[in-house]
Write a protein that binds this ligand. Sequence first.
Ligand code: HEM
Ligand code: HEM
Length: 296
Amino acid sequence: MVLACWTFLLIIAGALVTSNDAGLSVPDWPTSFGSLYKIPKLVGGVKFEHTHRMIAQVAGLLTIVLAVWTWRAEKRRWMRILGWGALGTVIAQGILGGLTVLFYLPPPISSAHAALAQTFFCIAVVIAVFTGQKWVEEQPRVEFDTRRPSLFTLTLLSIFVLYVQLILGAMFRHHGLSWWPHVVHAVVVSFVLAWTAVRALTVYSNIEAVRRPAIVMLSLVIAQLCLGFTAFLTRVSWGRDSVQPELPMVISTVTHVAVGALLLASAVILAIQVWRHAPVAFEERLPQAQRDPSAA
Ligand code: HEM
Ligand code: HEM
């Protein structure tokens, strides 16, 4: 949970770098102004860029602790693999951050850095879920899902459309694409997420572990649409001729990025809880009564 919360803070710190146009204010990497450990004067854009690097270093350390601890203490093999996966992801993320500086912020690398950041956040969140007391001790209540498309398929589709939205948003934010693919695709995202949440809330409202993330996801998507319009107004409509980043634009775009990360994480949690509590019913999995109602 500590790593997940820290990573959320790191995403805000990273988004502040981009929104304040501070990406190249520390021009070297892995050093900062020639030193690996000295803290430079935190003025102008350096304040954002160097603070982001320091918060990222702590996240890296926390991930090393988590991976080693998981490897030593965890009985579930797949959890040990997930711990190492988190470490590999944070290393790749640090390298992408460095590369984007060394190559002067090319849109594909900056966008990959933005997308991997949220992926890493989701990994930290799912590790917190899988090691939580509830997950470990609870005997899950299972209701097989016979509907098609299944709720689980819908949750996977939600994650997919959110990723596409993240990449389109990041490519626009980092000047690699126009704004309209992101805005048009927001319609698809809204439709798929609303379908998923409404299905979860109407069919499985009695299972708290499913109901809760579905409500959170639905609320976040509504908030995200409002923030998207505000980001659009401040960045595209009003901000076109501004000579430097202005506070309303910084606040709305950073909040839009942060809520985007929470939204993706809520969709991932929903998928995991649906997989646990409402798995897809295949013929051989169903109890006799559900397979042949006349036999009941
Ligand atoms: C765990 C490690 C890291 C995470 C989770 C992370 C996360 C982020 C996020 C979320 C953004 C904002 C992207 C956006 O708003 O579109 C960002 C931007 C940035 N990060 Fe990181 N970061 C990490 C490590 C690093 C490192 C080690 C560097 C080293 C230089 C770095 C350099 C940058 C730069 C330069 C930007 C601005 C890119 C631009 O404006 O195009 N990051 N980071
Ligand atoms: C639920 C739907 C939406 C989601 C999940 C979403 C998500 C995102 C994400 C994650 C980013 C930043 C990517 C990065 O980290 O670099 C972004 C950027 C952006 N989004 Fe959205 N978005 C949504 C809807 C909208 C809508 C409806 C609008 C406008 C009408 C909009 C306008 C923007 C703008 C202008 C940016 C770039 C901000 C900048 O240049 O700093 N978004 N979006």
